[in-house]
Design a protein around this ligand. Structure first.
Ligand code: ADP
Ligand code: MG
Length: 374
């Protein structure tokens, strides 16, 4: 029997961003208390937490304090200190463990795990240095994408190479970490599956979302994804294979490419709720955040069901003003803002979810609102 965490007990969250905030809001509905470890005082999650521990993620005393005040500990992003999390598993109840973070915070170990789970990835090579990249790039063909093994997000730490002449563009990436280079996948759609599991092995996927990126940043998620039913089923099967292989407890988001023939290639993993699952707050009978809390608290999971087709649109810094100016025109739009002070360009400030009977008409409405035009 898995340990059950009850309302009134405290959930500790490492990381104070919007994912932590939305986890916290879901947990507080059920009467849990929230402690958050985050280096900044006024963080999105800190604003709604009961206990704030303001310190770096790898601060030993702070981790001990978090262990002391928390009945269960989770995290909202994968770039936390693995050794710190490992130590925490010995001091506190961390049902997700530390292994999943170790694997997913490095693209090399992540790709290996996906392959070992029996799932397809783009052809790739690992290069520890620029010289190794140059020496082994012929094993994959152009165009290809070089990605830092660690720390990349929203397309940062990546370089597209169209031919050997572009190689020097990737040299700078090695200042950060070792890299992988992978073949460019001629996808027709990008989709993601959020799979969640509790300690008793109950497992469910959220409905498959179709993701549209602009400048490598997620712009819209459309649900259900506009793909064949068979393709959606195999997307879920792939995500479940990876979750099983990793002995998942908690949440795993699996980003995938869909090829013209319906084949699926796995792109990357995130061991936490994901931007592409935010639609589930309104559009499903159980959101990715509520399900995550249930999973780590040893509660039974609920089978996700989509109430209506939906579109989630991200609100970046440059969209906040135009959105505020026109929000009164759109009663169907559910607005989420994360409480970040500074609306910097391309910073994720919030999102809008729209449930609709007509996806194409709503996509058109979003476009013609002018809020997201460059
Ligand atoms: N091998 C690839 N082929 C084609 N497009 C890619 C490939 N890898 C990444 N991309 C594009 O770049 C985006 C960001 O890459 P990703 O690996 O997901 O990194 P991150 O989301 O961490 O920035 C993807 O969503 C996709 O649009
Ligand atoms: Mg990605």
């Amino acid at each position: 029997m898995t340990k059950i965490i009850y309302p009134g007990q405290t959930i500790g969250i490492i990381g104070g961003g919007q994912l932590g905030r939305m986890m916290a809001l879901a947990a507080k509905e059920a009467g849990f208390k929230i402690a958050v470890l985050e280096p900044t005082m006024d963080s999105p999650c800190g604003q709604v937490a009961d206990i704030r521990i303001v310190a770096p993620y790898d601060d030993e005393a702070a981790l001990e304090e978090l262990a002391e005040v928390s009945d269960v500990i989770t995290y909202e992003f994968e770039n936390i200190d693995y050794d710190g999390l490992k130590r925490l598993t010995q001091m506190a109840y961390v049902p997700q463990g530390a292994e999943l973070v170790r694997i997913t915070q490095n693209r090399v170990t992540e790709k290996e795990a996906i392959v070992k789970a029996g799932c397809p990835v783009a052809p790739y090579i690992v290069a520890n240095t620029y010289e190794e990249l140059v020496a082994s790039i012929d094993k994959i063909s152009y165009p290809c994408i070089v990605k830092t093994a660690r720390g990349g997000y929203d397309g940062k730490g990546q370089q597209l190479l169209n031919s050997a002449a572009d190689l020097p563009l990737a040299e700078g990436l090695f200042a950060h970490s070792q890299c992988i280079a992978e073949g460019f996948v001629p996808f027709v759609k990008e989709v993601s599956v959020i799979v969640q599991r509790n300690g008793d092995g109950e497992l469910y996927c959220q409905p498959v979302g179709e993701n549209i990126h602009v400048h490598h940043i997620l712009h819209e998620t459309i649900v259900p994804a506009r793909i064949e039913k068979m393709t959606a089923q195999s997307a879920e099967q792939e995500a479940i294979k990876i979750a099983d292989y990793l002995n998942l407890v908690g949440t795993l988001a699996v980003e995938m490419f869909v090829l013209e023939n319906g084949e699926i290639i796995i792109n990357e993993l995130a061991p936490r709720p994901h931007n592409s699952g935010h639609y589930s707050i309104e559009a499903c009978n159980i959101s990715q955040f509520h399900q995550h809390i249930r999973a780590i608290c040893g509660w039974p999971l609920r089978k996700p069901q989509l109430w209506a087709p939906s579109i989630m649109v991200n609100v970046l810094g440059q969209h906040v003003m135009p959105l505020s100016n026109s929000i009164a025109k759109y009663p169907e739009w559910s607005l989420h803002l994360y409480g970040k002070a500074e609306a910097k360009v391309n910073r994720k400030m919030g999102h809008v979810t729209i449930m609709t009977k007509d996806l194409e008409a709503t996509l058109q409405q979003i476009e013609s609102s002018g809020i997201w035009s460059e």
